[in-house]
Design a protein around this ligand. Structure first.
Ligand SMILES: [Zn+2]
Ligand SMILES: [Zn+2]
Length: 242
C-alpha cells in the first residue's frame, strides 16, 4: 500500500519552497514519479489559493505525472480548527499540521510548552491528550484532511512519539478510518514512525509518501519512509536485498 513512486507533499515558491511548480514537476519527472501533490502553506487570509489551484490545473496539461493540489494549515486549538481560508475550491487535500502545540483554546510555541512542563502547569499525559484531541478534531471538522507529519511537534517540546499511549494512537487511527482521512509519512521530519503508523495500516487508512521537500532535488528521495515500510513488513524480502 505504500507507493514510493509518489511524493504527496512538496512545497513551491507559492509559499516557502525554493522551486517553482514547473521546477518541482520536472524534478519529479526526472525521479520517475507517478504522482505529485503540490502543497503550500496557507493561513486564514491567504489570497493566492485560486491562483495556485489554476497554476496546478494548467501544469497538468504539460506532464504525464498525476498532479494534485494541497494546502497545509496549522491546527489552531484542541477543537481542531485549521488556519486555512474558508473557500478551498479546487484543492484536493488540506494538510493539517502540528506546527505549534494545540492546547485548550489556542496553539502555543514549543518553547512555551517546554516552560509549562517545567513549571508543572501541564503534564505529559495532558499534552498527549491535547494533541490527540486536536488532530481528531481536525479530521472530524474538515473534509479531505491529510494529517501532515503526525507528532513532528513532540521532539520540539522535548517529548517523543514513543511516549504517546497506545490507546491514543488507536483513537487517532479509528477517527481517520471513520472520517476517511489520510496520513502522510514525512521524510523531512522522520515521522510518524512504525509504531504510530501500524494502527492506521491495520484499519486500511490511506498512508501517503511525502518528502515535505522545500527544494526540487529532494523530491521523491526517501529513507525514513522506507524504514517504516520495512519495519511493518510492507516491502518484500527481495526488494530489501536490492
Ligand atoms: Zn509542515
Ligand atoms: Zn510541509
Amino acid at each position: 500500500m505504500f507507493n514510493f513512486k509518489e511524493d504527496m507533499h512538496v512545497h513551491s515558491t507559492f509559499s516557502d519552497g525554493a522551486g517553482t511548480l514547473e521546477e518541482n514537476i520536472r524534478a519529479a519527472e526526472r525521479q520517475g514519479l507517478e504522482r505529485l501533490c503540490c502543497v503550500d502553506h496557507v493561513r486564514r487570509k491567504t489570497p493566492w489559493v485560486p491562483e495556485f489551484v489554476k497554476a496546478v490545473q494548467q501544469a497538468r496539461q504539460n506532464t504525464g505525472i498525476e498532479l494534485l493540489c494541497g494546502v497545509e494549515a496549522k491546527i489552531l486549538n484542541e477543537d481542531g480548527d485549521l488556519d486555512a481560508p474558508d473557500d478551498l475550491t479546487g484543492v484536493d487535500y488540506i494538510y493539517a499540521a502540528d506546527h505549534r502545540f494545540p492546547l485548550y483554546d489556542k496553539c502555543r510555541s514549543p518553547n512555551r510548552i517546554r516552560q509549562m512542563l517545567a513549571d508543572g502547569e501541564v503534564t505529559v499525559e495532558r499534552l498527549m491528550q491535547a494533541l490527540t484531541n486536536a488532530t481528531c478534531g481536525a479530521m472530524i471538522r474538515h473534509e479531505r484532511v491529510v494529517v501532515a507529519h503526525l507528532f513532528s511537534i513532540l521532539p520540539k517540546v522535548g517529548l517523543s512519539e514513543a511516549q504517546v499511549p497506545m490507546h491514543m494512537l488507536e483513537t487517532l487511527a479509528e477517527t481517520a478510518a471513520q472520517t476517511g482521512s489520510i496520513i502522510d509519512i514525512d521524510q523531512r521530519w522522520s515521522c510518524p514512525g512504525p509504531r504510530s503508523v501500524e494502527p492506521f495500516v491495520r484499519r486500511g487508512v490511506r498512508v501517503l509518501m511525502s518528502t515535505d521537500s522545500h527544494k526540487p532535488e529532494d523530491i521523491g528521495h526517501y529513507k525514513h519512509n522506507i524504514e517504516v515500510a520495512r519495519t511493518l513488513g510492507l516491502i518484500p524480502a527481495l526488494e530489501q536485498v536490492a
